[in-house]
Design a protein around this ligand. Structure first.
Ligand code: SF4
Length: 343
């Protein structure tokens, strides 16, 4: 069986190709073909001797994913991709383009073991983690397909990134590396439902990428109802992990809060959230709150609050000096918006 190139770190690839490539400049040429030029076949590596190309082709694999479906939003430039893996499993990634900035929202798992009640990905039975290469290839394929350079990466697609810690960390190393993707740390966001030990480990790695914590409820019982498999991490532990993350990395923390009509979006809920963030010292310039009005889904009974309630919620947070944004739903006509990735 051939080795999947993107699954290997730079050093692993160097070791694996030792008998084929003996000069550093050749290795750099290969690296450029893979990550910069996004070549899909070793035949394209035209500045390498034919013999080297053939040897590489005989032992290594450049692509392990296939785009099997692509949907373009009619309301914005969002594109939703369905990828098929070599073992014939399916997952999604989303291309987002806004004011000349191109980002991707990528998946880290096939299905999701967390099973949040408001999320379509949570309805997809968990199959397996994606590998380093499968995480990174989503970006290369989308760059090739759109012809656009990706400058922002969101680990907010299917799956909980912190439950696939080692592949996500390998992928982050590659995204930040000057020799590979070379994406700025402030343009990468890792989201988590609150897997506390993994968040602390990520903080200790000190990549400096942004962290998005999906809080969604202030009250422990409600949070457990919304996020049934929350691995018993309470609000207190999660907010402390967020604080630790900021302290270790001097990076940015986003508190994600989905707004569900009649569940967690009242004036009282907004005041409770403001008080909670104040109590944990999380009202400062390193923290912002993202309000996500629920994006409607077939077979999921929640509803989004009315426009006025959303504005009121935001105003209360703002009055408490919290930096707050309302997340615009992107590509909701093709079920590409937050929480809509599923089948
Ligand atoms: S919101 Fe995130 S963690 Fe929850 S089910 Fe969806 S993908 Fe999984």
């Amino acid at each position: 069986m051939k080795n999947y190139v993107l699954d290997m770190t730079g050093n692993q690839f160097k070791m694996a190709t030792k008998s084929i490539i003996d000069k550093n400049y050749r290795l750099n040429q290969v690296r450029k073909w893979i990550y910069e030029k996004k070549a899909v076949s070793f035949k394209n590596f035209t500045n390498l001797p034919k013999e080297v190309r053939e040897k590489l082709d005989g032992r290594f694999l450049l692509r392990a994913l296939k785009i099997v479906n692509k949907e373009n939003s009619k309301i914005d430039n969002t594109i939703k991709y369905t990828f098929q893996t070599l073992d014939k499993k399916y997952f999604f990634a989303v291309f987002l383009s806004d004011k000349g900035r191109n980002s991707v929202c990528i998946s880290s798992q096939i299905g999701c073991p967390v099973t949040c009640s408001f999320c379509y990905s949570g309805k997809v039975k968990f199959v397996r983690n994606l590998s380093r290469g499968e995480i990174l290839e989503q970006i290369l394929q989308i760059e090739n397909d759109t012809g656009k350079k990706i400058s922002g990466v969101l680990f907010m697609g299917m799956g909980e990134p912190m439950l696939n810690f080692s592949s996500v960390v390998f992928a982050l190393n590659s995204l930040l590396s000057n020799k590979e993707f070379c994406i700025g740390k402030r343009h990468i966001t890792v989201s988590s439902i609150g897997v506390v030990p993994a968040i602390k480990k990520l903080a200790d790695k000190n990549f400096g990428v942004r962290l998005a914590l999906s809080l969604h409820a202030v009250d422990e019982r409600l949070r457990k109802r919304l996020i049934s498999n929350n691995f018993s991490f309470g609000v207190e532990d999660i907010l402390n992990a967020g604080k630790y993350y900021i302290k270790r990395t001097n990076s940015h923390l986003t508190i994600e809060y989905i707004l569900l009509k009649g569940i967690n979006s009242s004036v009282t809920d907004a005041h409770k959230l403001a008080r909670l963030l104040k109590r944990y010292g999380l009202i400062n310039s390193n923290v912002n709150v993202n309000l996500i009005p629920f994006n409607s889904l077939v077979n999921i009974e929640f509803q989004s609050p009315e426009y006025e309630s959303i504005q009121k919620f935001k105003d209360i947070l703002r009055f408490n000096r919290i930096t707050v944004n309302i997340r615009q739903a992107r590509g909701y006509d093709i079920n590409a918006a937050c929480g809509q990735l599923g089948y």
